[in-house]
Design a protein around this ligand. Sequence first.
Ligand code: ATP
Ligand code: MG
Length: 106
Amino acid sequence: MTPNTQPPRIKSLHVQNYETLKDITLEEITPLTVLLGPNGSGKSTVFDVFAFLAECFSDGLRKAWDRRGRFRELRSRDQDGSIVIELQYRERPGTPLITYHLAIVE
Ligand SMILES: Nc1ncnc2c1ncn2[C@@H]1O[C@H](COP(=O)(O)OP(=O)(O)OP(=O)(O)O)[C@@H](O)[C@H]1O
Ligand SMILES: [Mg+2]
């Protein structure tokens, strides 16, 4: 049997109230995805969402959370809802779509 070299693949990302990302959904993310937008529109913040999740798993949510200044810094200004990150991914092509949902409430 040949080893499976296909990595897990993220299909969509939905974010609410994470810094400048008040409510965004990226559907049908492809292996090469390009983010285009003006300065300050949130391109780097999209990558920080992935860094935040990675840090939650490697260092724990508390540390990732504290590092980013908690609700005071992290929640979109003028919003008071929860911070939501939802992604859909497949472990391998052809396997079922898995939904990962994280909501942080005060
Ligand atoms: N809590 C927050 N609520 C709302 N906006 C925030 C919050 N924290 C940071 N921002 C804003 O997010 C913006 C930074 O977004 P980001 O760095 O992702 O943009 P970018 O698209 O990567 O820009 P550039 O092209 O300059 O790299 C800044 O305008 C900053 O004021
Ligand atoms: Mg940037």
